[in-house]
Structure formats: C-alpha cells, structure tokens
Design a protein around this ligand. Structure first.
Ligand code: FES
Ligand code: FE2
Ligand code: FE2
Length: 355
C-alpha cells in the first residue's frame, strides 16, 4: 500500500484498522511531510506567493483561470476528442476515489468557519448533497456513471486495485485543507480556484460523454453549470470573512495553488495511464477520420499497419487477415474474433494531426 493510499484510508476509514492509532500517526506524518514539500515547491517556483489583498487575490486567481482556459492541455484535448470508450472508462475508474466520496471533506470545515463566511460555503455543500434530493447527490451522479460503464459502484472495489497515486492525493489534499491546514483561509482559496476552474475544465468530460453516447453525464454537466455559482459563493465567503476578521491571503493563495498543482497532476497522470489502456491510431476514410484500437481483437496484430480498402469501408489486419467494416468495426471475415473498436473523430480537416 502506498503512503497516499494509507492516508486516503485514514481519511475514509473502511475498516477499523485504517484508523488504528499507529496507522493514523504514520498517515499524518506522511501528510505533514507531503504538504511541506508541496508548499516549498510552490514558494520556490513563484518566489513571493503573497497575494496580499482581496483585490490582489482575485486578480491572481483570474490570471490563473484565464491561463488555464487559454492553454488547454493535451490531456484535455485527448479526453474531448480522441479517448475511446475504454479509455474514458479507465479515467472514470481512477476518479472514482473522488467521485464516490464527493464533498465529504467539506463537513469538517463548517465548524472552522465564522458566521459570515459559513452561509455561502453551506450553500455549496447543500448543492453537493443534491439540495435534499437523493437522486441529485453528486456521489450518486458518479455512481450512475460507473454503473453505465459497468464499473463497481462501491468504494471498496477501487481500493483493491492498483490506482494512480495522484488520484489519492487529489482527495487527501481536501482533507488536509478542511481539517488540518493551519488556517481555513487556505481552504477557501482552494475552493475559489477549484470551483472557478471546473466549469471550464470539466467540459472535456462532457464532450467525451456526448461523443461516446454516454447517458449518465450529469456528474460532469451538473458541475459545469453549478460550479460557476459555487465560484461566486467561494469568493463571497472570502470577502465576507475578510471584512469580519481579516483573511491571510498568503495562505488563501497557497491553497489555490495547491488545488491547481495537485488537481492538474492528478488529471495528467490519470489521462496518461488511460491513453495506455488501449492504444489507438487514426485513419482517414471517405473524408472522415476515425480512431481505431491498434491491437487486432484476434491476436493483437498491429492494425495501424493494416490495409484500408480503397473505398474506405474496411480494414484488414496484416497478421492473419481479419477484416473489419469501417466505421462500424464489425468483423467481415478472416479468423474468428470479436468486432473492432472504432470511434469517429469529430475534428474537421483543418485540425488534422498525424496519427
Ligand atoms: S491478429 Fe489480426 S487477424 Fe490475427
Ligand atoms: Fe460536486
Ligand atoms: Fe462545486
């Protein structure tokens, strides 16, 4: 078990052993060292990370969010445009550590907030739990998505497999921020960044669901919509708290940067692993582009070296000659095997990239 998994189990104890005192002490020691490393990295990279004032914090936040929008990552493009159903499934599987425990860390922050900043944060929490409607609880929306993709819907299922380390750290960060960060200002800063980033950063997941015909996209589409309001609530909490008590904006900015760095790293690592889940290549046939799984379903022959029929309606494996229809992927002939996974690539000709 990795240190991040140990810490995750401490934050979400599934067995009495996860919260045992010796394990808890080891998990917290690891967390302290991990957070110190992350903060040192941010301070080193940015020199002076002090946003100083509310206006300074807002300006720095706006800059960060517009930078992210202006330079979408290759991972986001891949998810939106290229990921096969299997690859998307691999991404959803990794994020289950977060999706199935959505917003639980927020409970711990409530008693730490002052009466001025608590109501807007409470409003976010109420939304996270479906405004009283069990069907709209965010973790339920995630469970529905998992069920459609034929993945386990209980958290235990995800702790028995090999997981991307950064997927644990994404959740662990919020437990530190809400429970153990020296000031709750760090949490509010992280909340402002996360809620501000999601309406844009989740769009690639919405696009993937649309492209792949996934019905249970509400987990993503709901966040794209509602987090625009949550971003406003998070900033309102910060400004109210500042008026009433003063906010340590150095801590708030560190929180925002922690959320960005840990969140981005988790996304990139999860997507990178999913890319390897099934290697795909692109072909052009009859003016359209398709993403085709490289490994032939017969014995893994490399279909990227296969022959595409002149009319673009079939591809033949170079190894034993299995032939598949394009774009359906249906096996037309050759050795017995399942159909080929082919997805249409929606990008136009001006956006062609090498396969
Ligand atoms: S591996 Fe492709 S036909 Fe056998
Ligand atoms: Fe949520
Ligand atoms: Fe939110």
């Amino acid at each position: 078990m990795t240190e991040q998994e140990r810490l995750y189990r401490f934050n979400h104890p599934l067995t009495p052993g996860d919260a045992a005192p010796h394990r808890a002490a080891a998990a917290l020691r690891f967390e302290e060292a991990w957070m110190a490393r992350c903060i040192a990295g941010i301070e080193q990279e940015q020199g002076d990370v002090r946003a100083g004032t509310l206006e300074g914090f807002r300006a720095a936040l706006d800059r960060r969010l517009s930078e992210a929008r202006a330079t979408p990552s290759e991972g986001a493009r891949f998810v939106a445009e290229d990921a096969s159903r299997e690859q998307f499934r691999a991404i959803v599987r990794e994020y289950a550590l977060d999706g199935l425990t959505e917003a639980q860390a927020m409970f711990a922050v409530m008693p730490r907030l002052d009466p001025e900043s608590l109501p807007p944060v409470m409003r976010i929490l109420i939304d996270e739990f479906g405004c009283g409607n069990p069907a709209r609880v965010h973790s339920t929306l995630y469970r529905n998505l998992l069920a459609e993709l034929e993945l386990p819907t209980a958290l235990e299922g995800y702790l028995q497999e090999d997981r991307v380390e950064a997927a644990f750290s994404l959740v662990n960060l919020y437990h530190w921020l809400t429970k153990r960060a020296p000031t709750v200002d760090a949490y509010l800063g992280a909340l402002a960044y996360t809620e501000g980033a999601i309406p844009w950063s989740f769009r690639c997941f919405v696009a993937a669901c649309e492209r792949l015909g996934i019905q249970n996209h509400a987990y993503f589409s709901e966040h794209v919509h509602i987090d625009a309001y949550h971003a406003r609530d998070a900033l309102l909490a910060l400004s109210r708290r500042h008026r009433a008590h003063g906010v340590d904006f150095h801590a708030a900015w560190l929180g925002a940067e922690l959320a960005r760095c840990v969140g981005d790293e988790a996304f990139e690592r999860i997507v990178r692993r999913a890319m390897g889940a099934k290697d795909v290549f692109r072909i052009e046939a009859r003016g359209k582009r398709y993403c085709v799984v490289k490994a032939c379903p017969h014995r893994g022959g490399d279909l990227s070296k296969g022959v595409v029929r002149r009319d673009g309606k079939a591809i033949t494996c170079p190894l034993h000659g299995a032939t598949f229809a394009l774009p359906s992927g249906r096996r037309l002939g050759g050795p017995e095997c399942s159909d080929l996974e082919v997805t249409e690539d929606g990008a136009g000709p001006e956006d062609r990239r090498p396969a």
